[in-house]
Every structure is written in C-alpha cells, then in structure tokens.
Design a protein around this ligand. Structure first.
Ligand code: GDP
Ligand code: GDP
Length: 455
C-alpha cells in the first residue's frame, strides 16, 4: 500500500519551511549569449523551465528553486533582459545592479571561447563595488582543450575561473560547491526574540498603485532601516516597521521608493524586484489601484504571490477616489477577474486619507494564521470520509475512484497529499479544495493538493 512507510515530510520533497527563514538567492549575470539560461536550466535540472528563445520576450518567472548538496537556494535568471532596448552595456549593468540589490551571491558567466570583453570588465567593476560574493563561471569549456581559455579569465581579477560546460554539465558541480561556500549561512533572524524574527512582508503592486504612499502612511516616523542594526539582517533594503504593537519586516522597501530612471525595460526590472521580494516574504500585500480597471499586470502579480506559496492580503487602494458608479463596476471586476483569489482577506484603504489603515494588521494576521494552519490527520480523514460518502467522485469507465486517505504534508502554505484508488479529476480536486476551505478556514493562503494513485 502506498501509505506504508509513508513519511509526510518527504512528499514531493516539500519540506516545511518553518523556522528556516528565506532561502538564499543566487543571481546569474553576464552578457547575452554567454549561456546564462542554459546554466540556469542545468542548475535547476529542468529542461523545460527556461525555454523562451524569442528575443525581446520578457519572462514573468525569473526565480527558481534549486538544490545542491542538500542545500536549497533560489536562482534568479536575468537572461530575459531585452538587450536592444537599452543597449548591451546598460542592460548588463542593470542586471548586475539588480543582482547586487536582491541576491546574496552572483554567478558571473563569461564565454571562455570569446574571452573577457570590455562589457565583462565593466560588470566586474560593478560587482566588486557591491562587495557581495561572486563566483566566476568560465562557460562553454566543453572539453579539456578549453581549460586554457578558462585560465585566461584570471585576468578579470575575480579569483579562480571555474571551467564549465553548461550545455553538457561538465564542471557545474565544482562550481556549485564554490557557490554554496560563498553563500552566507542560514540568515540569522534573531531580532525581536521570536522564533524566526519579525514576520516578513512584501508590499507589491504595479507602478503607481500607491506602494510608497502606503509605506509612508503606515510607517510614519517609526521606521528603522534594518541595516543600521548590526547583525539583524543580510539585506540592507529591508525595514523594520511597528504596526499594531508588532514589529514587521518590510522587504525591499528601497525598491519601492527608488524611482527607476530608465524609461524602457523598467517594467521588467520592477518585475524582477517584485519576484525577489515575494520570494523572501512570508506574506504579500498586493495593492490594487481602484481608480483604474484591474489589469493583466495586477493579475500577474497576484499569480506571482500565489505561485510562490505566500500568504496573501489584497489592499484596494485609492478608495477615496471612488464614486458610487465606479464602485459598482469595481465590485463586478473583482468578482470576474479575481475570483481565483477570493480566499484572500481584503481591505479597502486610502494611503492618502489613512482610511482603514488599522485593518491591515488584522488582515495580515489572518492570512498568516491560515498559512500556518495544520489539520490533524484524524480530523482530516473524518472530514474526507464524510465528504466522499456525501459527494462521491463521478463514475468513469465503469469505475469510481475513491479518496482513501489523506494527510497534511506541510504548512506555510498548507500542503495535502491524498491517496486515491484511481484518477481524480480536476473538477473534483477543486471541489475538495472548496470544502477544505469551508471546513478549516485557510483564509489568505493558497493550498496545495496532490493526489497519489494507489495501484
Ligand atoms: P544567455 O543569453 O546568456 O541566457 O545564453 P543562452 O543560455 O541562451 O545560450 C546562448 C547559446 O550558447 C545557446 O546557443 C547555447 O546552446 C550555447 N551554450 C550555452 N552554454 C554552452 C556551453 O557550455 N557550451 C557550448 N558549446 N554552447 C553553450
Ligand atoms: P507606487 O509607484 O506604487 O509607489 O505609488 P506612489 O505611492 O508613488 O503613488 C502614485 C500616485 O498615486 C501618487 O501621485 C500618489 O499621491 C497617489 N496615491 C497613492 N495613494 C493614493 C490614495 O489612496 N488616494 C489617492 N487619491 N491617490 C493616491
């Protein structure tokens, strides 16, 4: 039987993140065509993950989870940058700048068959100025004869060039060992005394929704730039802000306030930062501008938070601008466009007038509580038994697949594994999710359900 010797912690390799803090972030930077995307694919071990070959197409998804030698980390692929918009030098420099802001370490990829170019030299200067660890990847060393090319890259002054063939996998293991060595140990989040330190919030939303206005409103004079407190963080762009008697860590507030001077490509840059902030956070507050229609970009940001498995609060900002008619249409838009996140607590705020600011903290707490909910196995199976008896799966091909047993394999967000006697249709899975939410709450959190078929 499938549940024999079953260890919930091993399901899907999904370990509970409780107490482990955010994963370290490694950015892969370098000129176009040096092999960044190929390397990222190699590191994450999935051929299909980065497939966008059309030039000028920006990808939404830029962060991937990876594991090497039993250690998990995030890889940020900067390969989607539109080079011709900014010119190669500017775009590569922007990548490097991003990497320094958001990552804990960088892998700098150079095409060893070409050697170090002027652009490479310029990036090296940026990387060194930022003072974060850099591992030099001498790529396209497909065989021993390329080793000499790799050795030439000592001239960049970044230390040992690691000869790698991203295409064939040669040398990637040794390079990843060096990357792991360069990463800081698990972040120390001891400030505030609580296990894991202050809860981490990402305040996100498309440009002009009111992020910096909201931040200023809630923070007032209370803010503490975390980097000023020695030993509290590894990321100088986070801020500790006291709200409702609790200290919270707002992730990447520098990115919220910084105006991106580049006109073009700014969206892509913003989306990189949003993705990184969400990855590091426990809960995302997604701001929506109610003075405008809900856009594809709003939905994309919501999807980012959900896919990352973060707790979610939706704040509808600029509520002061609504008249009765706009308000009517807004509610219909929310119903039709944001139905998939109807479980997220909602607050209608105005960063301008301060309306309902006091409702933010309860919403955040609700979402975090849902995110951490654990349903005991006994209760879950009593619930599943009743559900299956009352609403059996439709009969397919003369057979009726049944849910036999379930367990919650993890929290943050809740993950369930169900064992079934046959294939469970998507519609029935959604039905189960709906009923789980009705029964156990899970307000403000995505939930994952995977089904194992017992032969
Ligand atoms: P990016 O623009 O830096 O993301 O580069 P890509 O990953 O798209 O790679 C650019 C080209 O270099 C592609 O044609 C790859 O197949 C090729 N390439 C990448 N890594 C290697 C390698 O290790 N050896 C060889 N021979 N080619 C590689
Ligand atoms: P960000 O790009 O998301 O950080 O947005 P900002 O905080 O810079 O705000 C963009 C614009 O929206 C500014 O002109 C703000 O004054 C305005 N704004 C922000 N919040 C509100 C609000 O609640 N009501 C109104 N009427 N305007 C707002």
């Amino acid at each position: 039987a499938a549940q024999e010797g079953f260890d919930p912690e091993e399901v899907d390799g999904a370990l509970d993140e409780a107490g482990h803090g955010p994963l370290p972030v490694v950015a892969v930077v370098g000129r176009p065509n040096v092999g960044k995307s190929t390397l990222v694919n190699r590191i994450i071990g999935r051929r299909e993950a980065v497939v966008e070959d059309r030039p000028g197409v920006t990808r939404d998804r830029v962060t991937y989870e990876a594991e090497w030698s039993g250690r998990r980390f995030k890889v940020v692929d900067t390969g989607g940058w539109e080079q011709d918009v900014l010119g190669i030098d500017a775009s590569v420099a922007a990548q490097a700048e991003y990497a320094m802001d958001a990552a804990d370490a960088a892998i700098f990829v150079v095409d060893a068959t070409v050697g170090a170019t002027d652009t490479d030299g310029a990036v090296v200067r940026l990387l060194r100025k930022a003072g974060k660890p850099v591992v030099l990847c001498a790529n396209k060393v497909d065989g021993p004869s390329g080793e000499a090319d790799a050795a030439m890259l000592w001239s960049l002054g970044l230390g040992e060039p690691h000869p790698v063939s991203s295409l064939h996998g040669r040398g990637t293991g040794d390079m990843l060992d060096a990357v792991l060595e360069a990463l800081p140990d698990a972040p120390k989040e001891t400030f505030g005394g609580a296990v894991g330190g202050p809860r981490r919030i990402a305040l996100v939303g498309r440009p002009n929704v009111g992020k910096s206005s909201l931040l200023n409103k809630v923070a007032g004079q209370e803010r503490v730039v975390v980097s000023e407190l020695a030993g509290t963080t590894r990321d100088p762009v986070d801020e500790l802000i006291e709200l409702g008697g609790t200290t919270w860590k707002f992730i990447d507030t520098a990115g919220i306030r910084r105006r991106v001077h580049m006109q073009e490509g700014a969206d892509y840059y913003a989306s990189l930062r949003t993705a990184a902030a969400v990855e590091k956070a426990e809960v995302a507050i997604v701001l929506i501008d109610t003075s405008e229609s809900i856009s594809v970009q709003d939905q994309r940001i919501l999807t980012m938070a959900v896919d990352a498995g973060r707790a979610l609060v939706i704040a509808y900002n600029k509520w002061d601008t609504l008249d009765e008619e706009r308000r009517y249409y807004l509610e219909r838009e929310i119903d039709s466009e944001l139905g998939q996140v109807s479980w997220a607590p909602r607050v209608n705020v105005s960063a301008r007038t301060g309306r309902h600011m006091e409702k933010l903290v309860p919403a955040i707490e609700t979402a975090l509580a849902g995110w951490e909910t654990r349903v005991p196995t006994g209760r879950l199976n009593a619930f599943l038994g009743e559900l299956v008896a009352g609403h059996p799966h439709p009969i397919r091909g003369g057979k009726q697949p049944r849910i036999l047993f379930g367990t919650q394999a993890g929290t943050r967000p809740p993950r369930f594994v169900l064992f079934a006697s046959g294939f469970i249709e998507a519609g029935y899975r959604r039905f189960i999710e709906r009923r789980l939410r009705e029964e156990f709450g899970f307000e403000g959190t995505p939930i994952h359900i995977s089904v194992r078929v017992r032969e």
